[in-house]
Design a binder for this molecule. Structure first.
Ligand SMILES: CCCCC[C@H](S)C(=O)N[C@@H](Cc1ccccc1)C(=O)N[C@@H](C)C(=O)O
Ligand SMILES: [Zn+2]
Length: 318
């Protein structure tokens, strides 16, 4: 292996060649695999015309704006998590650009994916502090990019709830990775680091008890097509939590007892399902079937495969 050069962020570009041990002749040249984070940050300066002024690209030094620097770092952690856990090189699996625009509009209490890039509001300081500073918000939005490059789950109806759930799930899987692969209460809270800065301990959503936010669903029979995708996501969020940690429905909507398989195996199952099996119109029933299929494809034990089905049964997906 020889170093053929360096990427913008300093990582080496490796030249892999197969050499004849006798005479040292090059027998074959292996493909050079580029893995760079490929970040591109823009400052919207509280306007709304995307993408805004380019303020920091991959490998460039920190700027004077802490929000830009924080989001740049969160994108880096998210890239690293996807590479290390799932061997995925960016949104599209081949080093696609991570385009992010911060300081969107004024006091904007949201962040979103517009089909090609991430956009972050500053929050109003009461409902949200700056959303661009948050790892689980950043990973939530970047995961919409992964989903749009893979299953492309339609952002409405049951597939819309699944789309939002993928973003909450991998948002927190990345947060778990960023915390040093340690599970804590925060692993199951969504947006806790930027939601209501004046109230400690609360969150925008709760994967381990979705109904705690007063709106989210935790039981599939309660689903109707009019439910906001941020609330129907609770059905899949709770299934993921129960598969990871084990236990029963937090509000006794069912009596199914789920055996824990751990967050990393649960993440591998949901990652493979979302990126290799789900289609744009996937329903909750198909999600149950295809996460089970993913567990089987991954060579997990019969008990682990059964735990997947149990997790969905626990939230009323029969
Ligand atoms: C313009 C409306 C866009 C809504 C869709 C984006 S992807 C979204 O889901 N945003 C997240 C932001 C987030 C993520 C994680 C933690 C906290 C906040 C979201 O959940 N938005 C809520 C406030 C909503 O739009 O109801
Ligand atoms: Zn979203």
């Amino acid at each position: 292996v020889t170093v053929k050069g360096t990427q913008a962020d300093g990582t080496p570009i490796l030249d892999k060649v197969l050499v004849n041990a006798v005479d040292g002749s090059v027998v074959a040249r292996l493909p050079t695999i580029h893995t760079a984070k490929n970040r591109e940050l823009h400052d919207l300066k509280n306007k709304t015309t995307l993408p805004g002024t380019t303020v920091r690209t991959e490998g460039q030094a920190a700027t004077s704006d802490a929000v830009v620097n924080n989001n740049y770092d969160r994108l880096g952690t998210t890239y690293d998590a996807y590479k290390e856990l799932f061997n995925r090189d960016s949104l599209d699996g081949s080093g696609g650009k991570l385009i992010s625009s911060v300081h969107y509009s004024t006091k904007y209490n949201n962040a979103y994916w517009n089909g090609t890039q991430m956009v972050y509001g500053d929050g109003d300081g009461s409902t949200f502090s700056n959303l661009a500073n948050s790892l689980d918000v950043t990973a939530h939005e970047l995961t919409h990019g992964v989903t749009s490059n893979t299953s492309n789950l339609e952002y409405s109806g049951e597939s819309g709830g699944l789309n939002e759930a993928m973003s909450d799930i991998f948002g927190n899987v990345v947060e778990y990775y960023g915390a040093g692969k340690v599970v804590s209460d925060n692993t199951w809270k969504v947006g806790e680091d930027v939601y209501t800065p004046n109230t400690a301990g609360d969150a925008l959503r709760y994967m381990n008890d979705p109904a705690k936010d007063g709106d989210s669903l935790d039981y599939y029979p309660d689903y109707t097509s009019g439910v906001d995708v941020h609330y129907s996501s609770g059905i899949a969020n709770l299934a993921f939590y129960l598969l990871s940690q084990g236990g029963k429905h937090p509000r006794s909507k069912t009596t199914v007892s789920v055996t824990a398989i751990g967050i990393e195996k649960a993440a591998q199952i949901f990652y493979r399902a979302n990126t290799q099996i789900f289609t744009a119109s996937t329903t909750f029933a198909q999600a149950k079937q295809w996460t089970g299929q993913a567990a089987q494809d991954l060579g997990y034990t019969q008990a682990e495969i059964s735990a997947v089905a149990d997790a969905w049964s626990a939230v009323g997906v029969t």
